[in-house]
Design a protein around this ligand. Structure first.
Ligand code: PLP
Length: 396
């Protein structure tokens, strides 16, 4: 089969590779403990599932949905933004429901970039920003983020010849993989920058509701004039443990949202309606589940950070997101550490370089691992660190 260069040049998606490694080991009878993908282990709250089941029986919900989503869903998303962030959105012009935000993140590049245009992307960063850019014929220009700059990109020192070709800036706070957060001051500055250079900001904020110690993340759209220059991607995946139902949204600048809706109406046939009603239930129903989940994640965060620091893997407790970004011990690269840990203990962590070359020297651990497994994984890591003989991974 003669495939396109576009697809042939695609790297295997990070988590497909990690899942493959885990499956191979499990097939050999090894007992693997994974701190890999950020996929909540806690189930979707019962009232959301009940609504989903009820709506699945309704014949109208078994037919093609509208690609742009139910008007009621768009209104609900707009009301949620108003209530949560004080941001007002026109449900018809400034809201696009998505089949999970990953889909919209990949597709928006086709709306904003012509071949040869540049997208500024933080390194490390969620891989889909760069993949979508490349599939659209665009060129990623990476902005390093590190503890030195609080994991915020330096927008003041980008070469003029790069800025001349730049159409898009990708931002993501609370950040995957670093757990860093951004405040309104940073977003205001980003808006000024975007206005000055006529750049569209795509802010990705799926972790805005996963926060700890009383910290309340802001939306990029709260920045003065943000809607003039950008859009925000959001998702129900992490807020309501709905990763498997595939529903998210893009909101903000009407021209960009209209372009995304036009593109999508030619590519997909929308989100199954029963899932749209489940999302309405999630956004309008009881919200106590969010605090309950965050309490669980916060407890896990503290346990993991404590253990890692005792083992000499420097890690700070993040204020938000589902991730711990930890420095690997001296003498290891990210991949060497990840492979060694897996070989010696059966514990999976994600190498920092999976998120860009600037992730070298780090690994990412996800908080979405059931308590019993988490304790088992940490105990194996501590034994390994203490030089004790880790039992050969047991047969399951
Ligand atoms: N954006 C970021 C930063 C993520 O970490 C993820 C998933 O892990 C997504 C977007 C995609 O979320 P979904 O497609 O489930 O809405």
């Amino acid at each position: 089969m003669r495939l396109s260069q576009r697809v042939e040049s695609l790297p295997p998606y990070l988590f497909v590779e990690i899942s493959r490694k885990i499956s191979e080991r499990k097939a050999k009878g090894e007992d693997v403990v994974s701190f890999g993908i950020g996929d909540p282990d806690i189930p979707t709250p019962a009232h959301i599932i009940e609504r989903l089941c009820k709506e699945a029986h309704v014949p109208a919900n078994q037919r093609y949905p509208e690609s742009e989503g139910l008007p009621e869903l768009r209104k609900t998303i707009a009301s949620w933004y108003q209530k949560r962030f004080g941001v007002s959105l026109d449900p018809d012009k400034e809201v696009a429901p998505l089949i999970g935000s990953k889909e919209g993140i990949a597709h928006i590049a086709l709306c904003l970039l012509n071949p040869g245009d540049i997208a500024l992307i933080t390194d490390p960063g969620y891989p889909v920003y760069a993949i979508g850019t490349k599939l659209a014929g665009g060129i990623p220009y990476y902005l390093p983020i590190s503890p030195r700059n609080n994991f915020l990109p330096d927008l003041d020192n980008i070469p003029a010849e790069i800025l001349a070709k730049t159409k898009v800036l990708w931002l993501n706070y609370p950040n995957n993989p670093t757990g860093a957060v951004a405040d309104l001051k940073f977003f205001n500055k980003a808006v000024e920058f975007a206005k000055k250079y006529d750049i569209c900001i795509c802010h990705d904020g799926p972790y805005s509701e996963v926060a700890f110690d009383g910290y309340v993340p802001v939306s990029f759209l709260q920045a003065e004039g943000a809607k003039d220059v950008g859009i925000e991607f959001h998702s129900l995946s992490k807020t309501y443990n709905m990763t498997g139902w595939r529903i998210g949204m893009a909101v903000g600048n009407a021209a960009a949202i209209n372009a995304l809706k036009t593109l999508k109406s030619n590519l997909d046939s929308g989100i199954p309606q029963a899932i749209q009603y489940a999302a309405i239930e999630a956004l309008t129903g009881p919200q106590n589940c969010i605090k309950e989940h965050n309490d669980v994640y916060q407890r896990r965060r503290d346990l993991i950070v404590d253990t890692l620091n005792k083992m000499g893997l420097e890690a700070k407790p993040p204020k938000a997101s589902l991730y711990i970004w930890a420095k690997v011990p001296h003498g290891f690269t990210s991949v060497e550490f990840t492979n060694d840990l897996l070989d010696k203990t059966g514990v999976v962590v994600t190498p920092g370089t999976g998120y860009g070359s600037n992730g070298e020297g780090y690994v990412r651990l996800s908080l979405t691992i059931a308590d019993a497994l988490l304790l088992k994984g940490l105990s194996r890591m501590v034994q390994w660190h203490d030089g004790k003989n880790i039992m050969r991974p047991k047969k399951i």
